[in-house]
Design a protein around this ligand. Structure first.
Ligand SMILES: [Zn+2]
Length: 341
């Protein structure tokens, strides 16, 4: 089927009519269209049980990719997972599944990440581990830049610290760049110096301040604030739980528009929590315009990732620029010419 659409084109499209696929033409339902959505911080092989997150298998990952697609996500950046599976997804995009650009394994030393999610990488092994991952097909590498110490009963409260020293991180970033990959760093501490070391994207970035955002923006770096995850307790009935979340929300309402105005590529990423529609809505609730929030999961993200698939269309009955909540209800989704919804 050749899917056609001739309503209102929003972010990512130019022109008055699009066609995706081949064969007999059929007009898609809906009145507004985007050229697909991008989830820039996704973990298709990470599942969660009562003990926390763990690495799942390829069957689980494939089912997750189908879920992303049904929600209008046509491109994902995998930011860590079961490397053999995610690098396979990146090599060959299945019909109706999003295009995947993948980071391969999580890079963290012993006792500094979820134990079921990684094989530890000590500082003197980091550069070699990065070269191996890129040689296996990783376009990104994912470094856990800081994390709580992992004790016998799980994360130790108030123990968040840098996982690798600055010299090790500098060598790691240089090794990734020399091998042709980019670097995403999980970072939640202030003044991490990651920006100065050349990290390409800061993940979460709970403590990013104005000076770091200026440096990141000056060289076109990205920030994926993963608001669904960072603000997961925003509706808690317990005021003690809500208080730090409310403080973070105030900071974000200042820092997100500041970042966007200084050239930081703010990206939408759901981590393992929520949906892309929720993430875009939260970005728009914390200082970005609806247009900026949609571009964070659209044209801006595709440009930053350098991934531009042909034949992606997601349509809606109502205008997501008026209300991003509309994004939760696509009228139709076409992924590289294949209609999946
Ligand atoms: Zn993550």
């Amino acid at each position: 089927m050749a899917w056609t659409f001739s309503g209102v084109f929003l972010d990512g499209f130019s022109g008055e009519r699009v066609v995706a696929g081949t064969g007999d033409p059929e007009e898609l339902p809906g009145r507004f269209a985007l050229a697909g959505l991008v989830d820039a911080h996704a973990h298709p092989t990470v599942a969660v049980d009562r003990h926390g997150p763990y690495l799942a298998d390829g069957e689980y990952g494939a089912a997750r990719l189908a879920e992303y697609a049904a929600r209008g996500v046509t491109v994902i950046r995998d930011t860590g997972g079961r490397s053999q599976v995610t690098l396979g997804f990146a090599r060959t995009a299945a019909a109706g599944h999003p295009v995947v650009t993948a980071a391969g394994r999580f890079l963290a030393p012993a006792n500094r990440y979820f134990p079921r999610m990684h094989a530890p990488v000590e500082p003197d092994e980091l550069a070699a581990a990065i070269r191996a991952e890129v040689a296996a097909g990783a376009a990104w590498v994912k470094i856990i830049g800081d994390f709580p110490r992992w004790g016998a009963d799980g994360p130790v409260p108030q123990s968040t610290a840098a996982t690798y020293d600055v010299g090790t991180l500098r060598q790691a970033v240089d090794a990734a760049h020399a091998a042709g990959a980019r670097v995403a760093v999980h970072s939640n501490l202030p003044d991490s110096r990651l920006t100065a070391l050349g990290a390409d994207s800061i993940e979460h970035g709970r403590a990013l301040g104005h000076s770091e955002l200026e440096a990141l923006g000056a060289r076109g770096g990205a920030w994926t604030p993963t608001l669904c995850a960072m603000l997961a307790n925003r509706d808690s009935p317990d005021p003690e739980v809500r208080k730090p979340v409310d403080e973070l929300r105030e900071r974000l309402r200042d820092c997100l528009p500041y970042a966007a105005a200084r050239g930081v590529r703010v990206l939408a990423g759901t981590d393992v929590v929520g949906t892309i529609a929720d993430e875009i809505t939260l970005l728009a609730d914390h200082g970005l315009t609806a247009g900026q929030a949609i571009a964070a999961a659209g044209s801006l993200a595709r440009d930053f990732l350098g991934v531009h698939p042909e034949g992606d269309i997601v349509t809606y009955d109502d205008d997501p620029l008026e209300d991003p909540g509309v994004l939760a209800r696509p009228a139709a989704v076409v992924v590289r010419g294949v209609r999946v919804r």
